[in-house]
Design a protein around this ligand. Structure first.
Ligand SMILES: [Fe+2]
Ligand SMILES: [Fe+2]
Length: 357
């Protein structure tokens, strides 16, 4: 999955609600320089990429995403509050999966003749993401909702990223997706009564798809070592790690009710996912973040608090102009915290996890 932050345009959901406002936390749909991608010489890591492609060809989850009787009536068992947060979760996940599908599909189509190995890998990943998005969408229909994926495709804004930025962003979103899904799955293994909906039974195999997708980008970056070597690469890896971690943390803590409904503590869950993703990223990124530094979560919490303030100001009946004036100090404070987080001394990956490199 390309796990990008929250859903953007709720008018794409057929339930007659007002469209949600677009914020920095909304999901992104990406596009890139297809020409540069097509020309990529993979020779120095072709063997590994070929091996990963062979795994994709096996299509382990071909028969996995089949709905069973457990889904019948499951939606009606949720209390109204849980129902609301769960629907939001389905929408966001479906949009993220679908955004991955679109990107991989387009990449595969555009480089097909010039870079067949890469194109084939992208095609297999698009297949997986389409399956994930479709499966989520079916669960949404249990709640009489449906994401209008055609509308989404036609009306989304696409963010342009150069290939190396696509690698950083998608690598991290696949790996963080893996850790998010597996953590939820393991929690339900221990606490079966918390499982509020049968879709979670599918998470174990599902997250293996995401893990393979992440491994593919790991191998791809190793085939293009300039993406993960040198001073600039270090700066960008830090940037993407922070962007992904901060976005997730702020969003999850902001909707902690969903995690409570699953019997999870949003903060503890995110700390675990961040820790694991950071460790994993050390296998390919030259540096990772010092997430155990005493100031790391303190600063993130400050932003969470600031965001609460911002939404309180939004509820006031003043004009836009007055609201902006009120908000300014909070914006500055958020910027300050993010800069301080970014400047936190990173950990050199080779010292951090010598065993698994
Ligand atoms: Fe994926
Ligand atoms: Fe996925």
């Amino acid at each position: 999955m390309v796990q990008t932050p929250d859903i953007k345009n709720k008018s794409t959901v057929n339930r007659g609600k007002d469209p949600a406002k677009e914020t920095i936390l909304t999901p992104r749909f990406y596009t890139t320089d297809f020409d540069e991608m097509a020309k990529m010489d993979l020779s120095i890591n072709e063997e590994e990429l070929e091996a990963i492609c062979e795994e994709f060809r096996k299509d382990y989850n071909r028969h996995h995403f089949v709905r069973n009787k457990e889904f019948e009536g499951a939606a009606d068992k949720l209390d109204p509050k849980t129902r609301e947060v769960f629907i939001e979760f389905l929408e966001q996940s479906c949009t993220s999966e679908f955004s991955g599908f679109l990107l991989y599909k387009e990449l595969s189509r555009r480089i097909k003749d010039r870079n067949p190995l890469l194109a084939e890998c992208f095609a297999h990943m698009a297949r997986d993401e389409a399956r994930h998005a479709g499966f989520l969408n079916k669960s949404m229909s249990d709640f009489n909702l449906q994401l209008d994926l055609g509308f989404l495709t036609a009306n989304k804004d696409y963010t342009f990223f150069k290939p190396k930025f696509i690698f950083y962003a998608t690598y991290l979103s696949e790996k963080i997706g893996y850790w998010r899904y597996i953590a939820i799955y393991r929690h339900f293994e221990k606490n079966p009564n918390d499982k509020i909906f049968p879709i979670f039974n599918f998470f174990e195999n599902w997250c293996q798809d995401e893990n393979r997708h992440g491994d593919f980008f790991d191998a791809l970056m190793k085939a293009q070592p300039s993406t993960v070597r040198g001073f600039q690469a270090k700066l960008w890896c830090r940037f993407f790690l922070l962007a992904v971690f901060a976005t997730m943390y702020i969003r999850d803590v902001g909707r902690k009710e969903f995690y409570e409904a699953l019997g999870l503590n949003a903060r503890e869950y995110d700390v675990y996912v961040i820790e694991k993703t950071n460790e994993t990223a050390a296998r390919v990124f030259p540096v990772v973040l010092d997430v155990n530094h005493s100031s790391f979560y303190k600063r993130l919490e400050k932003i969470v608090e600031n965001n609460k303030r911002l939404s309180e100001i939004d509820k006031k009946k003043s004009s836009m102009f007055v609201k902006t004036i009120y908000k300014l100090p909070t914006y500055i404070s958020n910027g300050y915290e993010l800069i301080r987080l970014y400047l936190l001394k990173p950990l050199d990956s080779k010292d951090f996890q010598p065993l698994i490199r």
